[in-house]
Design a protein around this ligand. Structure first.
Ligand code: UGY
Ligand code: MN
Length: 251
């Protein structure tokens, strides 16, 4: 069925459950984003659904004015450029570029073209005897991909430093057609995920969902999860997880 007709007659692939959500693009509603002066977007995941992170899509149009992104007090953020070209001071950001902003910092961006970003935000948990994380600007192209648990067809790129001051991880996972997560993971870390390319089946708790590029998934702590890349082309997703903190700290 034509996807527009599918939506128009009251159907959607979007699902919201206690410990997971699939947010399909057919339901996106664009709003102004209070922490972005001059940009609009869609809040895909937020505490309003029971999550401890926020994940948004942000659209930036070329403008003579710089766009300011200032996360709320105590919130750290990582954004990844999906398309377009932006200037952040001396640095040019293009598809695959990413920025980690420690809590308390802000950034000014000049869009050279229309640009689209995915942004992950979380409350930073300071750690005793550990310095605060630093700002990171990088490009996925420069991050070596490593076979996940020995599988060369499931390759993981870890975008941010894995040192103890960072309590947020953002990774890109690429799968050859037919590759899978090697087992059903169940873990304390929470995920926010955006499908970048391809398609597959995501198992979330006791449900199996067909997913494709553009879909967003929320996985709460302990949501059993598994993925199989079922398309004829490679699949790729970017995802967030909370790391490096004592398991009692969230209480
Ligand atoms: O890092 C992870 O937990 C990752 N393997 N999970 C996932 O891709 N759903
Ligand atoms: Mn996982």
């Amino acid at each position: 069925m034509n996807p527009q007709l599918f939506s128009r007659i009251g159907q959607t692939r979007t699902v919201l459950a206690r410990d997971h959500a699939l947010i399909a693009p057919d339901g996106h509603v664009v709003t102004p984003l209070p922490n972005w002066v001059g940009a609009s977007g869609v809040v895909l995941i937020s505490p309003a659904m029971g999550a401890r992170l926020a994940q948004s899509l942000v659209w930036i149009e070329p403008n003579s004015e710089a766009i300011t992104y200032r996360p709320s007090a105590g919130i750290e953020a990582c954004f990844y450029v999906l398309e377009g070209e932006l200037q952040a001071g001396e640095q040019t950001l293009r598809a695959g570029s990413y920025v980690f902003l420690p809590a308390g910092e802000h950034i000014e961006l000049k869009a050279k073209t229309s640009a689209r970003l995915v942004v992950f935000e979380k409350r930073h948990t300071p750690k005793a005897n550990t310095k605060a994380p630093r700002r990171v600007i990088g490009h996925a192209e420069n991050i070596e991909g490593k076979p996940f648990m020995g599988d060369p067809d499931a390759v993981l790129q870890v975008l941010l430093p894995e040192t103890p001051e960072f309590d947020m991880a953002v990774n890109v996972f690429s799968y050859q057609p037919g590759a899978t997560l090697p087992f059903v993971e169940t873990h304390i870390m929470e995920h926010g995920l955006l499908m970048l390319d391809g398609e597959g089946i995501y198992r979330l708790n006791e449900s199996w969902y067909p997913v494709a590029a553009g879909d967003c998934i929320w996985m709460a702590a302990y949501c059993p999860q598994w993925f199989a890349a079922t398309g004829k082309v490679p699949s790729r997703y970017i995802y967030y997880k909370d790391i490096n903190r004592d398991s009692m700290e969230a209480l």
